[in-house]
Design a protein around this ligand. Structure first.
Ligand code: 5AD
Ligand code: FES
Length: 352
């Protein structure tokens, strides 16, 4: 049995395809040696493409207003306990200045779906960041928009866009979202973004309510079709003011296994060891990198708003200044034999 599953892992690596049965075996496996083999295979693949480099993305959480009501998310419109804030353009620009001093070459502007930030406002912010920091990449993570809006952001200079699809299965999707949100539209957004020329990131939460292994398999099939440049995955973590407050958190172990499988299937993809993973386990981000992840997304938001951008309970690094996290992360990464690469960290097929 042992050798059988190791052969299967080799086969997945060789063919870059996985069957539902193989995924199931990997996720249900209780043999630690096999799982260690899975992780070391993922590391080997990652090493071949990226060496020991880990890339940084500076996250700027610029608004926690959101018109949506996703059942899992702490900043959903229906959460009346959320203390809402918006950063001004000046504040956002000053986060970027601070970030560049700390060595960041990518800024991720993330927010709820906040109608205050019209296309014009977003474009103006993107243009100013690109003027001030011409060698940096700008990533947007602001949700579902029409094609025309995405096109405007791209023309204003945005390089990348993150939009987790959350689940590729429509029934599962409808259990995580109110009926005003439609999976097909989310998928349409991702394909639009790719067609426009963005480097695109999709992703899921591991252990989200009602998630089954079959759904995770459908996620992989979807990703194989989309061919994203980045895949963001982290464990689901319950938030006390959401309809899913009673649900248990997603498994760190399962998240790591899925990270490893994704690394083996998509050797060149950018794969963050997420803050949620670091929240669910103090060593989660390190474990993620040792399972094939190669990106970290530390927070550049001003400390006075950090505790307000809570998608889930217990989020780490909400009291630390950006400079502190920067120092801390560099040390942590070096401890496990990796280093922070100070380049933009584009997808290998996108580099100039
Ligand atoms: N636990 C973990 N991740 C969450 N996200 C939202 N709410 C939670 C939660 N409770 C993730 C979603 C979203 C991303 C920005 O954060 O996948 O796309
Ligand atoms: Fe924020 Fe360690 S990364 S304190």
């Amino acid at each position: 049995m042992n050798n059988y599953l190791k052969t299967q892992i080799n086969e997945i690596k060789k063919t870059k395809t996985i069957s539902k049965a193989q995924l199931e075996c990997i996720l249900l496996c209780e043999d630690e040696e096999i799982i260690e083999y899975l992780y070391s295979t993922a590391r080997e693949v990652s090493d071949r493409i990226f060496g020991k480099a880990v890339y940084l993305r500076g996250l700027i959480e610029f608004t926690n207003f959101c018109k949506n009501n996703c059942y899992y998310c702490g900043i959903r419109q229906g959460n009346l306990n959320a203390d809402r804030y918006r950063l001004t353009e000046e504040e956002i620009l000053s986060c970027c200045d601070n970030g560049e001093k700390l060595g960041f070459k990518t800024f991720v502007l993330q927010g709820g779906e906040d109608p205050y930030f019209t296309d014009e406002r977003i474009c103006s912010i993107v243009e100013k960041i690109k003027d001030n920091h011409p060698s940096c990449a700008v990533t947007l993570s602001i949700g579902e928009k029409p094609y025309e809006s995405y096109k405007k952001y791209f023309d204003a200079g945005a390089d990348r866009y993150l939009l987790r699809h959350e689940t590729a299965n429509p029934t599962h999707y409808s259990k995580l979202h109110p009926e005003t949100m439609i999976l097909d539209n989310r998928k349409r957004c991702l394909y639009d973004l790719k067609n426009i020329g963005f480097q695109v990131g999709c992703g899921i939460m591991v252990g989200s309510p009602y998630q089954e292994i079959d759904h995770i398999y459908e996620d992989i099939v979807f990703m194989q079709d989309l061919e994203p440049h980045m895949i963001g995955i982290g464990p689901f973590i319950a938030h006390k003011d959401t309809p899913f407050k009673e649900w248990s958190n997603g498994s760190v172990e399962r998240t790591l296994r899925i990270l490893a499988v994704l690394r083996i299937l998509f050797p060149k993809v950018l794969l963050p060891a997420t803050t949620a993973l670091g929240t669910a386990d103090t060593m989660g981000r390190e474990k993620g990198i040792l399972a094939g992840a190669n990106v970290l997304m530390p927070n550049l938001s001003p400390v006075n708003v950090r505790k307000k951008y809570l998608l889930y309970d217990g989020k780490i690094c909400t009291g630390e200044e950006a400079a502190e996290c920067n120092r801390c992360l560099r040390k942590r990464i070096e401890k496990i034999g990796y280093y922070i690469d100070d380049s933009r960290g584009d997808h290998p097929d996108k580099s100039a």
